[in-house]
Design a protein around this ligand. Structure first.
Ligand code: AKG
Length: 258
């Protein structure tokens, strides 16, 4: 993904300019309502209903992890307690220029973990009690552990994230990425790498998932190898949204930007 990639070239390819141009006729592939066989026996996991989203090499599961009341409380706590990057860390190198990120961002994780972002390497801020709590709930729901979270805050529908893949080498290969959303529901769009833009060599329909307040989306391997994802602008929407992507970094593979 762009923020873990130290090469400027990748960031440029990832279209942080908002021209994500969601294709007409986007396919919605909600399938298989009901419980699916997830890798955990926890009470949290057993109480959840998962929806499966599938396409060629795309494997995602979606559930509502927090009730509205819980999610309302969590987003208020996040607004009260989280601080976001400013200065150079709030900028991105795109199309040959440094620009302000079209959202706010911060990252927390285990001691000693670093992440590389747009030519910089930054140490993860320690977990807060609130983030630990959410991390543990995500782990109980998914059956996977995570040592790092990237947090994106979108002040309204003007803010967005451009097309990118979360496939950087710092991540444990094959480990899922767990994406928790709070606040304004937004469309999350997957596009197959071979079916993007003018140079597309395949016709594979995009997959759009509406990410609701309190939902958890599991992006399972090999989704991020083959599919780009984005959160396109939706200018009519006025609500704040916070997204947390829980990841597993392999300390032995951490990259260091120059
Ligand atoms: O805000 C979102 O739902 C997407 C965030 C994202 O794509 C990322 O952190 O890689």
């Amino acid at each position: 993904m762009d923020r873990f990639v130290k090469k400027r070239k990748r960031v440029t390819e990832d279209k942080e300019d908002g021209t994500t141009n969601q294709a007409a006729g986007v396919s919605k592939v909600r399938k298989k309502e009901g419980n699916v066989n997830i890798n955990t026996d926890s009470a949290v996991a057993k109480s959840l209903k998962w929806q499966q989203f599938s396409s060629e090499n795309l494997d995602c599961r979606y559930t509502i992890l927090y009730s509205k009341a819980e999610a309302d409380n969590l987003i208020s706590e996040c607004e009260r307690s989280l601080t976001y990057n400013t200065g150079p860390m709030a900028r991105i190198f795109v199309f040959g220029k440094w620009r302000d990120l079209p959202r706010k961002q911060t990252a927390h994780g285990d001691d000693g973990l670093t992440y590389s972002y747009s030519g910089k390497t930054v140490a993860a801020t320690p977990w807060t009690p609130l983030l630990k709590n959410i991390r543990d709930r995500v782990a109980a729901a998914s059956g996977f552990t995570f040592n790092f979270v990237l947090i994106n805050r979108y002040k309204d529908g003007q803010d967005y994230i451009g097309e990118h893949r979360d496939d950087e080498q710092d991540l444990v290969h094959g480990h899922p990425i767990a994406s928790l959303s709070l606040g304004q529901p937004r469309d999350f769009v997957f596009k197959h790498a071979k079916a993007r833009g003018k140079n597309a060599t395949r016709q594979i329909a995009p997959v759009t998932i509406k990410l609701e307040h309190g939902c958890l989306l599991m992006m399972n391997h090999p989704t991020n190898t083959y599919w780009y994802h984005s959160l396109p602008q939706r200018k009519a929407l006025s609500g704040i949204r916070i997204n947390m992507t829980f990841r597993k970094i392999d300390p032995s593979k951490m990259t260091s930007a120059k």
